[in-house]
Write a protein of this length. Structure first.
Length: 225
């Protein structure tokens, strides 16, 4: 077993039943993803369309690809034929474009609505009020190409564990509200995607069902020059 596979196996052993691991593989070479795949990992997260396209073409077909970064609407058509989930839908406009491109490909793409709860202006996402407004408007109900499966968020980048926990719990409370109000009859609305390499243990305590871990598996990213 390689060091990467050992790290991956150790992390997976810590995840309770009902929590899935998204291996965040952006800026890591295909060979590293293949190592993780050979150790049993099947869900990978990428955030750059061209890099994702290359890896999708070179790696096994049964990988479940998640787009986890800020997705520009003009990139949706490139990933629509094969993407399994778009985790960071932060506007009605983006949701509509995913719906349009999914229908063009005769597909139904799973999506998560991204929350902005963190105390950082640079992060993307919908405020709780903006999320309610989007869902109240109701256009999503007529979309045949998307399936809203839950919420996604990032906590503030801080060493204050109590603050991180408060933010994750705020996300969990909002999930409960949205589930009861809009998706009570939809079992597929069940995902709470929060937690990364530095805070996933806290996220799991705060009812996360999906953690996005990169550095703790693959090491530091190899940024293109």
């Amino acid at each position: 077993m390689t060091p990467l596979q050992e790290r991956l196996t150790a992390i997976r052993a810590q995840l309770p039943e009902g929590v899935r691991l998204v291996a965040v593989s952006k800026y890591h070479p295909v060979e590293a993803l293949q190592e993780a795949y050979d150790a049993g990992q099947r869900v990978f997260g990428e955030s750059h369309e061209q890099e994702l396209r290359t890896k999708h073409q070179q790696l096994p077909a049964d990988i479940e690809w998640h787009f986890i970064g800020h997705l520009q609407t003009n990139k949706v058509r490139f990933i629509a034929p094969y993407i399994d989930m778009v985790e960071a839908v932060d506007s009605l406009h983006l949701l509509q474009e995913i719906d349009r491109q999914a229908q063009r490909c005769h597909r139904r793409i799973k999506v998560l609505l991204e929350l902005h709860i963190a105390r950082e202006a640079t992060k993307y996402g919908l405020t709780p009020d903006a999320l309610r407004q989007l869902l109240d408007a109701g256009q999503w109900r007529d979309m045949q190409g998307v399936e809203i499966c839950g919420l996604m968020m990032m906590a503030t980048n801080t060493d204050d564990v109590e603050q991180i926990e408060r933010e994750f719990m705020a996300g969990a409370a909002l999930f409960d509200e949205v589930k009861a109000r809009y998706f009570a009859d939809q079992p597929s609305f069940c995902e709470r995607s929060w937690g990364m390499s530095h805070d996933y243990a806290t996220a799991i305590k705060c009812r996360s069902t999906m953690v996005r871990i990169g550095t703790a598996i693959f090491g530091e990213r190899e940024y293109p020059r």
